[in-house]
Design a protein around this ligand. Structure first.
Ligand code: SF4
Length: 444
């Protein structure tokens, strides 16, 4: 838990010797609390104070990696209960469960389809993160083969759901080096699973019936050399699941409970696709670090990927694109010039409609600090002066052989002023981007 300047001051030597570069210990403490200076700058810090500061510097919720290489999933390291307090940092993972009793060809086909789910939204590629294989067979070899087939075919990060230690041992060997998540350690299997997890140095999910049991198991795992842990809610009804997720987050952030300072995993299965989607949406908002879904079609997750992107964006910093002039299609001297803002959602909505019109065009994205058209206009970030500056800065007059601009219909009121300031003829476009295809096709 973060310490205040006064908390830190209490454990400093209080000699005001100035060797740290600050006039007083209090001034040093205040800077340390703001993370503006390193604790090591004070040469007289006691060992106990050093340990307290190091502990306070650790994130309240540990960062956990699942998988290896650049595409590995990192979850945790969260610092706030509510998104508007700062932001949620590491988007929760979303993945699929496949059963090992399916024929191997079907596992490969399904895994390949699931791994191929990917789409672009406001300039970002959205895709699932993990593939989980559940052992329902009695054969460790069959389970290991299914894990290998699913991971190879999907390219996703692996999650192992073994039924016993022999299955876990075989699966760990099958995907050696891929840093899979072990799902899951319980009081019944901890003696067998813990050494395997520690030896392979892989993360493990842990489930306890109660908060206390969960904390005890985490303590035992830490003592046994397993540092990367996810807390499993178990297959609970939504109310109980959300209660657990919320309690863990509160315990970690508000009570500095290190044993519950880990990201959480939830598993949703055996329900109709709509129920799965609704419950998973709740888990994304209320604090899951990883969600494993049993879905029949990968497309059922598309809405969840979109929601995740929204929840994990910075509420104080809208998604922005680079302010510049974008060339759409084979635009030339006679192509229309459209003006919009650099808010990603606005730009990509306009882009989609311009592309579907098949009219080669230029889109000038004005720097409005990521605000949408009307918000930016109200905040005086989308003004005739700013648009004129952008036209000059981006050299738009050199791209076309005309001097006609199209502005969004919602800011029609600035057209006269913009004509005066820029010297361009202003044409008022539709209010909604969806009107652009017809508008562009009818432009004479
Ligand atoms: S070096 Fe340490 S003891 Fe000296 S003023 Fe700075 S904080 Fe205080």
């Amino acid at each position: 838990m973060a310490l205040s300047g006064l908390d830190i001051y209490k454990i400093l030597p209080k000699t005001n010797c100035k060797e740290c570069g600050f006039v007083t210990c209090l001034a040093f403490a205040m800077q340390l609390a703001k993370k503006g200076v390193e604790a090591g700058k004070c040469p007289y810090l006691s060992e106990e104070a050093g340990n307290i500061l190091a502990d306070a510097g650790r994130p309240p919720i540990n960062l956990v990696s699942i998988g290896s290489g650049e595409g590995c999933l990192k979850v945790g390291n969260e610092t706030v209960l509510f998104r508007h307090e700062e932001k949620f940092r590491n988007p929760c993972g979303i993945g699929f469960i496949i059963d090992d009793v399916l024929p191997e060809e079907q596992i490969k086909r399904t895994a390949s389809r699931l791994g191929g789910v990917s789409f672009e939204r406001v300039g970002q590629i959205l895709k699932p993160d993990v593939i989980a294989v559940r052992q329902s067979s009695n054969s460790a070899e069959k389970f290991a083969a299914a894990v290998k087939a699913a991971v190879d075919a999907s390219g996703l990060n692996p999650v192992l759901m073994p039924s016993d230690a022999s299955g876990l041992r075989a699966a760990l060997e099958a995907v050696k080096g891929a840093a899979p998540l072990i799902y899951r350690v319980t009081k019944d299997n901890i003696r067998e699973f813990m050494p395997l997890a520690a030896q392979a140095r892989v993360p493990a999910a842990v489930y306890g019936d109660t908060l206390e049991e969960q904390a005890e198991l985490v303590k035992e795992l830490n003592g046994g050399g397993v540092a990367q842990i996810l807390l499993d809610t178990g297959e609970q009804e939504p109310r109980e699941r959300i209660w657990r997720l919320t309690q863990w987050r509160r315990q970690a952030l508000k009570k500095n409970n290190r044993l519950l300072g880990y990201p959480a995993v939830t598993v949703l299965k055996g329900k109709d696709p709509y129920s799965v989607a609704v419950e998973a949406a709740g888990d994304i908002c209320k604090y899951a670090g990883l969600i494993l879904l049993e879905v029949s079609e990968a497309e059922e997750t598309l809405a969840l990927l979109t929601l995740r992107q929204n929840i994990y964006s910075d509420p104080q910093k809208p998604l922005q694109i680079e302010p510049k002039v974008y060339t759409i299609g084979n635009a030339g001297k006679e192509s229309p010039v459209l003006i919009t803002t650099n808010f990603s959602l606005t730009y990509f909505t306009v882009l989609g409609e311009v592309e579907s019109s098949k009219v080669p065009s230029y889109i000038v994205s004005v720097d409005t600090e990521g605000m949408s058209v009307l918000t930016a206009w109200a905040a005086e970030k989308f003004t005739p002066e700013k648009i004129t500056d952008s036209l000059q800065k981006f050299g738009v007059s050199g791209l076309v052989g005309h001097n006609r601009l199209i502005i969004p219909g919602y800011v029609a009121m600035m057209s006269g002023n913009l004509e005066e300031k820029s010297g361009w003829e202003v044409v008022v476009g539709p209010k909604e981007a969806s009107g652009l295809p017809a508008f562009l096709k009818n432009l004479s």
